[in-house]
Design a protein around this ligand. Sequence first.
Ligand code: HEC
Length: 153
Amino acid sequence: MANQSDHVRPVGRALAVLGGLALLVVPIVSPAEANDPDPRQNLGFTAEEKAAFLEDMRHMLGSVQQIMQGIAADDREMIIAAAKRSGNRMARNTPATIRAKVPAEFQAIGGPIHMTFEEISVRAQTDPLEDITAMTAEAMNQCMACHAQFQAD
Ligand code: HEC
């Protein structure tokens, strides 16, 4: 009998450790979110914050559209104006309540996107348009990274 329990104990301990790990990786969800098929993290915005935030998003989409159109038409002024609309000015105008609410991972993706638009507006004055295209494509990786992770509710 002593032999058998010596044999069983390490297995039991291993199972306990596995159980503990499973608890660590199971996400903590509130009942309201338990049935949500959308795996993205909620930002906890109010209706007003969400409306303001999504408006900025639509402006950013507009900036990308105008940058592409400016590149196609070889119109640097169009590119510069479009990029500026989503640059530092948009970052500065982000409502303080939104700024205070969003998690660090969100800020890590969200802050640099405005810097990138600002940089596009400067480089569009002189750089080859292929470089501007490449920068815009690169910036859109940030759109995609954030959209994969967060939702605005
Ligand atoms: C830091 C995070 C973040 C970045 C970066 C970001 N977005 Fe968003 N965007 C969101 C979130 C969150 C939503 C809301 C998604 C949802 O609730 O389904 C959203 C929604 C949108 C929408 C829908 C607007 C509406 O009226 O419903 C558009 C368009 C959009 N984003 C465009 C862009 C573009 C273009 C870029 C890049 C140039 C971009 N976004 C970068 C987080 C981000």
